[in-house]
Design a protein around this ligand. Structure first.
Ligand code: CAA
Length: 404
């Protein structure tokens, strides 16, 4: 060995399987039932339940945000696996709370991670969580002794009384990426599709997104078909070699439309039932942007008992736009791992406190109305029952605390 190569780097092991070791979910304190919103808007509730494929959405309490939800999702992973090997925390979000300081650094502190951990925030609309996953896979492939904590957390907020209002939501998924994964091994090839399109964006002075909903449907389908073609060109699996599909779900009907279009494009037979299990949690949380496709993964791993050795296709879409189609193989034994806290996601969703439409509208307005600037000093009311809270702002800096 030539001089200058340290023992630490020269001892790196060869290529190993990499993927997701474990994942966990958190969401907002409140839930708004779409029946109530339909009544308020004078709309047939079937438009929301059937037309959009959504039943409810999570609404964060005033002392919750992407950081508290993201750290709450990550906490059980740290409790189950410890911090050994973690040298990176990647925080993906569309709804960042600071233009400079990353939410990853704040989560790093709340979770008590060692100082020898790099912390970074990633952004490309809803695609950011998948960008973080791919970056994490690269870090682990470079040194399989390392683990990466990925946190995807978002609050999807559109204007009150807009067409997009019923497709709001909130949620976070955290997952550990490492070598010899116990949940899902991610295969090396992926399909990519990027195109500059104004289907959804959020200028720096807005707390609500601007969206051309109909354009976003066609842009999403274009990205799925483009990603499929790219994956096929790179030696990806044939349609019949894919056992389950998971999609980003701005609203679940969007994923159905895209899946039907893929079936026609790829010459594959599809059924709307193909996606139903993966819709289970998203129908109840609403759009969670970067977390959405991983919430679908959590639902599938929790609720489908026949996944041993099955190949999943996971399609991520971020408006603007970037699409990526990954595939992965579910590891035998996933059931044991996911069933250790059986029903915990369902219990979390059941435990949310219903919010009346009037209270939801007041809370929504407090984020964008007069006096809502996020840097104004304040004490936030104590509402959340989660493990972390956004206590308030002092000297322009956000203060967070552990609640228990
Ligand atoms: N019973 C059953 N179905 C009914 C119905 C009824 N009584 N009334 C209407 N419907 C159906 C309609 O037929 C329609 O279904 P199809 O699309 O299958 O035809 C569906 O309900 C919706 O009806 P409309 O199209 O009339 O609804 P709308 O115009 O009020 O709004 C929307 C729909 C444009 C999708 C709007 O909700 C929207 O803009 N949502 C946001 C979309 C979005 O998030 N885009 C970004 C995607 S990517 C992302 O998540 C962002 C990111 O990257 C961070």
């Amino acid at each position: 060995m030539g001089g200058g190569v340290s023992e630490a780097t020269s001892a790196l092991p060869g290529p190993v399987p990499v993927g997701i070791l474990d994942l966990a979910v958190a969401t907002g304190h409140h839930v708004l039932d779409l029946d109530d919103l339909a009544a308020h808007n004078g709309v047939d509730p079937a438009k929301y339940h059937v037309g959009l494929g959504q039943d409810a959405f999570s609404v964060p309490a005033p002392d919750e945000d992407i950081v508290t939800m993201g750290a709450a999702a990550a906490l059980p992973l740290i409790e189950r696996h410890g911090v050994e090997g973690i040298r990176t925390v990647l925080f993906a979000t569309e709804s960042g709370v600071d233009q400079s300081k990353s939410a990853a650094v704040v989560a790093h502190g709340l979770l008590g991670l060692p100082s020898t951990v790099r912390a970074v925030e990633l952004k490309q609309a809803c695609y950011g969580g998948t960008a973080a996953l791919v970056a994490a896979l690269g870090i682990v492939a470079r040194d399989p002794r390392e683990r990466v904590l990925v946190i995807a957390s978002d609050v999807a907020r559109y204007d009150l009384d807009s067409a997009a209002e019923p497709t709001q939501g909130a949620g976070a998924v955290a997952f550990l990426v490492g070598a010899h994964p116990e949940l899902v091994e991610i295969e090396p090839a992926s399909g990519l599709f990027s195109a500059d399109v104004d289907d959804f964006w959020r200028p720096n002075d807005r707390s609500t997104a601007l969206v051309d909903g109909r354009l976003s449907v066609t842009a999403y389908v274009d990205a799925l078909l483009g990603s499929w073609d790219d994956l096929a060109a790179r030696g990806g699996p044939a349609p019949h070699e894919i056992d389950r599909w998971l999609h980003h779900q701005p609203f679940t009907k969007m994923a159905l439309k895209a899946h039907r279009a893929w079936g026609k494009h790829a010459g594959a037979e599809t059924s709307d039932d193909d996606l139903a299990t993966g819709f289970t949690y998203n129908r109840r949380t609403g759009n969670s942007y970067t977390a959405s496709v991983f919430l679908a993964l959590a639902a599938l791993l929790d609720l489908d008992d026949d996944l041993d050795g099955r190949r999943l296709a996971l399609f991520s879409y971020g408006s603007g736009s970037v699409g990526e189609l990954l595939t992965g193989i579910v590891k035998p034994g996933y059931r044991t791992l996911r069933r250790t806290d059986a029903g915990s996601v369902a219990a979390t969703l059941d435990a949310r406190t219903p919010i009346a439409v009037g209270d939801y509208r007041a809370l929504h307005a407090s984020h964008s109305g007069p006096g809502s600037a996020s840097s104004l000093d304040r004490e936030n009311p104590r509402v959340t029952t989660g493990p972390f809270r956004f206590a308030g702002v002092t000297g322009g800096a956000r203060r967070y605390e552990r609640t228990a």
